[in-house]
Design a protein around this ligand. Structure first.
Ligand SMILES: CC(C)(COP(=O)(O)OP(=O)(O)OC[C@H]1O[C@@H](n2cnc3c(N)ncnc32)[C@H](O)[C@@H]1OP(=O)(O)O)[C@@H](O)C(=O)NCCC(=O)NCCS
Length: 164
């Protein structure tokens, strides 16, 4: 596995947006992806990047707030992407788990405990994201919901509780 550091995107936000567009929203305008990510800006949306030893951004993940109840908070992952030529080297897993630790620490400082998070991916993404979430989030609750976009097909919703 290549050596990466996971950190807040900071001034590399544009690079993270570019990578997300390349790997996920390749049929979407980059300005739209930027608007999507920055419309609910920090701390409601926290963008993290995976940086290699040469300082290149090779992955990105965003954590958003889904809901807050008393001192408990539920997060949501709308975007995770790793550069395609580096898939299956453990970067996605490290990016997700390390950024979650950092998000938990951030919310703990605000007096909130992260009790879980959700993530969803379309049923047709059975070549990668589904296997990725199955492997990295296990054990996890996974349900198939009918698609909003199409008459057929569906979206897998992963619901991860973290009460420990
Ligand atoms: C999903 C994604 C982030 C995974 O990143 P990655 O760095 O390749 O993932 P990892 O190497 O950490 O994979 C961890 C485990 O997940 C599983 N996994 C990941 N990709 C898989 C695939 N294509 N097929 C089967 N299993 C897979 C494996 O169990 C893997 O462990 P292993 O390689 O030791 O067997 C990456 O494929 C990607 O960027 N896809 C395009 C964007 C996207 O669809 N994002 C999700 C929707 S927002």
């Amino acid at each position: 596995m290549i050596d990466i550091t996971v950190r807040a995107a900071g001034s590399d936000l544009d690079k993270a947006i570019h990578l997300a567009r390349e790997e996920i929203y390749d049929d979407t305008d980059e300005a739209f992806v930027k608007q999507f990510l920055s419309s609910t800006c920090y701390p409601f949306s926290q963008v993290f990047v995976a940086e290699d030893r040469e300082g290149e951004i090779v992955g990105t993940v965003t954590w958003m707030v889904h809901d807050v109840f008393e001192t408990q908070i539920i997060l949501e992952v709308p975007i995770i992407a790793v550069k395609e030529e580096l898939w299956r080297q453990g970067i996605g897993k490290k990016l997700l788990l390390d950024s979650l630790k950092q998000a938990k620490a951030f919310w703990a400082l605000q007096g909130l405990r992260v009790v879980g998070f959700k993530v969803h991916t379309e049923e047709k993404n059975n070549d990668g994201p589904i296997a990725f979430y199955d492997a990295v989030l296990a054990p996890v609750t996974k349900v198939l919901l009918p698609d909003f976009w199409e008459e057929k097909g569906g979206t897998y919703l992963y619901h991860k509780r973290m009460w420990e």
